[in-house]
Ligand binder design. Sequence first.
Ligand SMILES: [Zn+2]
Length: 247
Amino acid sequence: MIDALYQSDAYLRTADLPILGSHEDGILVERSLFYPQGGGQPGDKGQIELADGTMIPVLTTRYGPDRQSILLVLRESGAPLPDAASALAAGGTVTGHVDWVLRYRFMRVHTALHLLSVVLPYPVTGGQIADGDGRLDFDIEEAGLDKEALTAELQALVDGDHPVSQEWITDAGLDAQPELVKTMSVKPPRGSGTVRLVRIGDIDLQPCGGTHVHSTAEIGKVEIRKIENKGKQNRRVRIRLSDVDAV
Ligand SMILES: [Zn+2]
């Protein structure tokens, strides 16, 4: 059973992580402050610290086999594991340090995308979060979306300083309220009998397993960078945090 520290406290930067087992790409843990790639949000990077102070970079984070654990990836594709990592085995413990600068940007972009789905209340067919920017794809027919007007609406929601909180609903409860699901491309995180809902003040409530800021004001200055036509009923809306340089 995964102990998702990144959900219970997205602001946690350091935690001791018991090793569940080794893996050709790194180590498996059940308790993790590193977010595993999913739902359009990249896996976390960071470092693990061994008892003797040795630091090993965590290159990314994914779910382990059958999604029963979390894999901290410690080697580049095709490269061998670092020597210090080869010795790690079940029963040991490492201290995880998340790359907080990157993670906090993911949290800000992720939360901003929830607000974008409030500004544009249409079915979401896809989405992606990146370092300082992100996008949602909407199933909307009419063109003529006004970038400046939408940016102003989005910024007003950010500046409204709405609290972000989580609650839980049973699978059956969610089945009874299908209108809660806005994102068609990402299945709500089911499997444990309950689904996590993320609430933003009284303006948004939807299933989500990702990481968010505590209050929308933390998003800061945000802008709609581009609106692309990706087919008859698909508009791709890209947002960016204004204080992060475009890559
Ligand atoms: Zn979310």
